[in-house]
Design a protein around this ligand. Structure first.
Ligand code: KG4
Ligand code: ZN
Length: 342
């Protein structure tokens, strides 16, 4: 069975083709175009520009994929999978229009995939390598799931991948968003998360910042207060003309505080629910410092996506589609849901 997956929820245009044989699969092609350059000068994602870029890039990526994989789409493809939300409404509309045009042309059904759930499914992929057969990874369940991305910070209980219950989420900024804002306070471009990580490499934990909500019993998060405290601290340091000298230490302290907050909450949920494993996924887990913190606390119980699959891409969508075949719809019944939840 072959599934083509399409991702356009935010600022990455992704298309991937995966072939499945029972519990094995291989990635046949993977095309991804990031819009970072388009948005960075605005300090964040501009939805209407994201939509324009998806509209431009989808046919380019698709053409490049069909040139690379010489297959008869009508005969050889079984389904199209498409991420219907959550995401930016104009970006989702472009993805939907594109997948509907393909489904019409090749007479296929479409599997609507929830973007958040796709982040969780992505940990079942062991290798991000084109053409190599691999087994679907088995992870001991039930698991605790933590999604740390630019748009979400969610703790969930995963009884199985089709039965995910939310335990808590951020009440204001998502962790990725808070890293991007913290980075911006230090004068770094969007997306600031990776740049903050680089800057923090030579930093020291010199500054104490607040860990919001860690003493509350629930599993919600809050990062807005941390960002405000950081802004005040940076302004104070700027007054003394010490910003350049202390930038690395500020980056280190900010990142560390945000990460400690998620570790503390995850540990509390772990103690309460006693899962067999912990899945940490989403763009922010590309951060090596955070990965190390999780491994230090949870050892072999923790699972991450492999390189380049923690951020948004088409592979995650095509792969998730395989587990959701019963949800496939005719193109005329497809809809987007910008506020989709898990
Ligand atoms: O999952 P994702 O690609 O998109 C959403 O669905 O939001 O996550 C993007 C977020 C951005 O906030 C970005 O700054 C953050 O992931 N990110 C990182 C790193 N790489 C990406 N944050 C910290 N360290 C990184 N290395
Ligand atoms: Zn995402």
């Amino acid at each position: 069975m072959k599934i083509l997956g399409i991702e356009t929820t935010c600022d990455e245009t992704g298309i991937a083709l995966i072939e499945f044989k029972e519990t094995k699969f291989r990635i046949l092609s993977h095309k991804l175009r990031s819009q970072i350059k388009v948005h960075s000068k605005y300090g964040g994602i501009v939805p209407i520009l994201a939509a324009r870029e998806h509209k431009k890039n989808l046919p380019i990526l698709f053409d490049s994929l069909i040139r690379e994989i010489k297959i008869d789409f009508k005969k050889d493809i079984d389904y199209f999978a498409f991420s219907y939300g959550p995401g930016l409404p104009p970006a989702l509309v472009e993805g939907k229009e594109f997948v509907v045009s393909l489904a019409k042309k090749y007479e296929k059904k479409i599997i609507p995939v929830n973007h958040l759930i796709a982040h969780f499914y992505s940990v079942l992929i062991s290798k991000n390598k084109i053409g190599v057969w691999q087994k679907i990874k088995e992870i001991p369940l039930p698991a605790l799931g933590l999604l740390v991305s630019g748009g979400h910070t969610i703790l969930a209980f995963i009884e199985d991948f089709r039965k995910i219950k939310k335990l808590g989420e951020t009440l204001d900024d998502a962790i990725g968003e808070s890293l991007d804002k913290g980075a911006r306070i230090l004068g770094l471009d969007y997306p600031g998360g990776p740049k903050l990580e680089k800057l923090a490499k030579k930093g020291r934990p010199l500054f104490n910042l607040p860990h919001p909500l860690i003493n509350q019993k629930n599993f919600n998060f809050s990062f807005a207060g941390l960002k405000t405290a950081f802004w005040e601290l940076v302004e104070e340091i700027r007054k003394y003309n010490k910003l350049d000298e202390l930038k690395q230490d500020l980056a280190y302290s900010y990142q560390k505080t945000a990460f400690e907050t998620v570790i503390i909450k995850t540990k509390k949920a772990f103690e309460k629910y006693r899962p067999k494993s912990i899945i940490v996924t989403g763009g922010v887990i590309a951060n090596q410092f955070l990965r190390k913190m999780f491994v230090k606390v949870f050892g072999t119980k923790v699972y991450f996506p492999v390189k380049n699959l923690s951020t948004d891409n088409g592979i995650n969508i095509a792969f998730s589609g395989y587990f959701l075949l019963d949800k496939a719809v005719e193109y005329s019944n497809l809809d987007i849901d910008p506020l989709a939840d898990i």
